[in-house]
Design a protein around this ligand. Structure first.
Ligand SMILES: O=C(O)c1ccccc1NCC(=O)[C@H](O)[C@H](O)COP(=O)(O)O
Length: 262
């Protein structure tokens, strides 16, 4: 059983427990108190339009199934400020507790510390989680095509769009890209990491981008460690990048971010 299947199994139990303790009405009351969504895709598009460096989605993640603990002195608001000062266009914040040692509180604290749009990086399996995500301030959610059936995926996307949020649709191969293109969102993340063995292959991004119809914004995800990787991808028309580990391991996160953005 691959890691994604195992994560989704535990997520089902977690979401069932959360739904039992918090109603949709409770979430909608919390949403009414939130500041409006910040425009995740708009921030990426603006960065590409102005040509002022690579459009970076800088990730706040303490640990991962493939790497264990990544950063001991973990401080989400401080990391968010460093990412903003370094020129990131958006933030990605892991909220999954069991596999990534994340927390909803990290997202709330990091978003409050900056003015950047934030994607909640978690495993969406139920439209209820979209309301939960907006209630903690998320401006966008991630939909992992490999984890969902078409109908459920469309339902979750519709809930997010209704809440004024953006959706990053993550794919890994041509079949998943074809399924992603049945949705409304045209913000497509290509995960370069194979979740069966954790190997990274940038060729995945190139192959899918070359075959995609016009009008899609692609985000290259996972395993990006050097500015040269980003420059090479930019030459092939990919301008948005999701980077976690390489930035989280940096001694000076702001300088590392600035070096990646260029
Ligand atoms: O990173 C993992 O080990 C992982 C395992 C299973 C599902 C998802 C996983 N990662 C989530 C991500 O999407 C990455 O955190 C993100 O793309 C950033 O990757 P990196 O720059 O390599 O930290």
């Amino acid at each position: 059983m691959n890691i994604l299947t195992r994560i989704i199994q535990t997520k089902r139990a977690e979401v069932a427990a959360r739904k039992a303790s918090t109603s949709l009405a409770d979430l909608d009351r919390a949403i009414a108190m939130q500041s409006p969504p910040r425009g995740f895709r708009a921030a990426l598009d603006a960065r590409q339009r102005t040509g002022s460096g690579h459009a970076l989605i800088a990730e706040i993640k303490k640990a991962s199934p493939s790497k264990g603990v990544i950063r001991e002195d973990f401080d989400p608001p401080a990391h968010a400020r460093a990412y903003e000062a370094g020129g990131a266009a958006c933030l990605s914040i892991l909220t999954d507790e069991q596999w990534f040692q994340g927390s909803d509180a990290y997202l709330e604290a990091a978003r409050a510390a900056v003015s950047l749009p934030v994607i909640r990086k978690d495993f969406m399996i139920d439209p209820w989680q979209v309301h939960e995500s907006r209630s903690i301030g998320a401006d966008a959610i991630l939909l992992i095509v490999a984890a969902l059936e078409d109908a459920r995926m469309a339902e979750i996307e519709a809930a997010a769009l209704d809440c004024g949020m953006d959706v990053l649709v993550e794919v890994h191969d041509q079949h998943e890209l074809d399924r992603a293109l049945r949705l409304t969102s045209r913000l497509i993340g290509v995960n370069n990491r194979d979740l069966r063995d954790f190997t990274v292959d940038f060729q995945r991004t190139y192959e899918l981008v070359d075959k995609a119809p016009a009008g899609c914004t692609f985000v290259a995800e996972s395993g990006l460690t050097a500015r040269a990787d980003l420059d090479t991808m930019a030459e092939r028309g990919i301008h948005c990048f999701l980077i976690g580990e390489a930035l989280m391991r940096a001694r000076d996160i702001e300088a590392a971010t600035r070096a990646m953005v260029g």
